[in-house]
Every structure is written in structure tokens, then in C-alpha cells.
Design a protein around this ligand. Structure first.
Ligand SMILES: [Zn+2]
Length: 312
């Protein structure tokens, strides 16, 4: 059983200004490291289709969809970017990029549930976990993981789905999308206090969102995974696991102030895989979220994929 990598050329056409850390170079850095590490040949490459409007509407309001779809600036026009908030904007290609990012997560879900592949990593942008049901924000336009998890529930009829989010930021959009959904368990950690300043005070039955202080290292994270995530995951017995795979908690990533290294991402991935193997026939779909130090991002994705594809 293989591991697939989903992506689409349109995901590299969306950009928000040459200064912006959420850049097309992030996907190129991942590609370069997949080749340099020589794991590329063991991965099945798949091109992501575009998501259908109905897929997106399972998570997002028509207002949120319209904010992205209906505000695209003209390519090469006088103003190349349409600002959605202080750090999120659209260019002419953003809607197509967002459709293929969400489409990657959906297609990966279909392929994993069909048994065609064991698991998948979606090398996609724009990222998704800050995108609220009613509003894009925080570099995110559509919530790729939430859309795929809803697809697993509503189209495939799964009854228990888990979302694991190890990005340095709280996945506020995902949290909100499933706040009243008992079939979805969300487990995460996030630097706190830190953007988007949510997640630390809302306690509910189907989420284990663990705030950690700046400068926390891998040992802190491994302890919280062992003590807080794993008991919740074993109690839920998920039939499928989605990962919001952000790599901005890396020690070399200056977006956040945490101290993870590649070995920590590999270890977390091993823990999640063990849960998936026990309850979910190994079914995992992992989607790229943050990660802005290009070298650390590429190396961390390789570490994550080596575990997913059992190449070590
Ligand atoms: Zn992040």
C-alpha cells in the first residue's frame, strides 16, 4: 500500500506579494527536498482535481465563498491584489488555487477510503485551518481539512473522524467548523498567547486543544501528545484521521517561537499512525498548513513523509 502526494500547479500561482512568507517557494522547497532526500521515487504522485462548490458549501457560507470567488483582481491589472485582511489577499489565481487545494484533500480522502492508497500528503496552498466557516483569514481561504472531513462524514458516511493539528497556530477555523459536531474530535497544540488568540479558553467535549508557552520544545510537545492527545484519540476510535500539518513550530521557523525539530514531527506522525493503524485501517490524509522557513519546511515534510510511507 502506497503513500500518495497530491498537488496542483495552480497552487503555486496564488501569491500575496513578494514580501509575503506564505509564498509559492514553499511548495518548491518541498519538491526540492523530496528529490534531494531520494524518497520521491517511493511516493505516488497524483494531480489534485478542483473541489466542487457543493463540497465547499458543507463548511463555508455562501458569503465566505463569495468573498474569495467574486473579488479576484485582474491578472496584470493596476491592483494585482485584493486585500481580505491585513495579511491575507487574493491575486487572479487565488480561487483556482483554493479549489485545487481543497480538491486535493477531497480526492485524497476518496482514494484512501477506496483502499487505492494507504495514506496521503497534500502539498497544497493556500493553507486552510484559519479559514472560518463564514470568513477567510490568516493566509487561509478555504478550510481544506474541514472540507475533507465533512466529505468523509457526509459522502462516505463515516461516524468518527479525528483531526490532528500540529501547526504552531491554533486552527480556529477548524475548531469553529466542528464545534457542534460530535462525530469529529480535534486534537491540537498551539503557541499561546499568539495569533489568532483563540482556543485556550473554550473547553468542549470533542476537542483537546492544548495551549503551550513560547519556547516550548519537543519534549513538552511529546509529553502533551502522550498525556492529552492519545487518550482522547483512543477513546474516540477514529475511522479516519486528518492532519493539519503545519511546520511553523520548527526551531528554525521565525513565524513562531517554538523549538520542534524534524525528529519531533516524525515522532508525532508515528503516534498518529499507530492510532490510525489500530482503529482506522491506517487511513490518514495530511494537508500542508504553515511552515515558513523554506529549508526547515522541506526537511520536516520529508521526515513526516518518511514515516507515512514507512521508509525508515
Ligand atoms: Zn501556522
Amino acid at each position: 500500500m502506497t503513500t500518495a502526494v497530491y498537488t496542483h500547479p495552480d497552487c503555486s500561482l496564488h501569491e500575496m506579494g513578494s514580501w509575503h512568507p506564505e509564498s509559492p517557494e514553499r511548495l518548491q522547497a518541498i519538491e526540492d527536498q523530496l528529490i534531494a532526500s531520494r524518497i520521491d521515487v517511493f511516493l505516488q504522485r497524483r494531480q489534485a482535481p478542483a473541489a466542487a462548490l457543493a463540497d465547499i458549501q458543507r463548511v463555508h457560507t455562501n458569503t465566505a465563498i463569495g468573498l474569495v470567488r467574486d473579488n479576484l483582481p485582474q491578472s496584470g491589472g493596476e491592483s494585482a491584489y485584493y486585500p481580505l485582511d491585513g495579511d491575507t489577499s487574493l491575486n487572479a489565481h487565488s480561487w483556482q488555487a483554493a479549489l485545487h487545494a481543497a480538491g486535493a484533500a477531497i480526492a485524497a480522502t476518496d482514494a484512501v477510503l477506496a483502499g487505492e492508497i494507504r495514506n496521503a500528503f497534500c502539498a497544497i496552498r493556500p493553507p486552510g485551518h484559519h479559514a472560518r466557516p463564514s470568513m477567510p483569514m490568516g493566509f487561509c481561504l478555504l478550510n481544506n481539512v474541514a472540507i475533507a472531513a465533512r466529505h468523509a462524514l457526509e459522502v462516505h458516511g463515516l461516524e468518527r473522524v479525528a483531526i490532528v493539528d500540529f501547526d504552531v497556530h491554533h486552527g480556529n477555523g477548524t475548531d469553529e467548523a466542528f464545534a457542534a459536531e460530535p462525530r469529529v474530535l480535534m486534537v491540537s497544540f498551539f503557541q499561546h498567547p499568539f495569533y489568532p488568540y483563540s482556543g485556550s479558553s473554550e473547553h468542549r467535549a470533542n476537542a483537546v486543544n492544548v495551549p503551550v508557552p513560547a519556547y516550548s520544545d519537543g519534549d513538552t510537545v511529546r509529553t502533551l501528545v502522550t498525556e492529552k492527545w492519545l487518550p482522547a484519540l483512543h477513546a474516540q476510535r477514529p475511522q479516519m484521521i486528518f492532519i493539519s500539518a503545519g511546520f511553523d513550530a520548527h526551531r528554525e521557523d521565525e513565524m513562531g517561537q517554538m523549538g520542534l525539530v524534524e525528529a519531533d514531527y516524525a515522532w508525532i506522525t508515528e503516534q498518529v499512525m499507530a492510532v490510525a493503524d489500530k482503529y482506522a485501517q491506517g487511513r490518514i490524509v495530511s494537508c500542508l498548513e504553515g511552515g515558513y522557513n523554506l529549508s526547515a519546511l522541506g526537511r520536516s515534510v520529508v521526515a513526516h513523509l518518511k514515516v507515512l510511507a514507512q521508509l525508515d
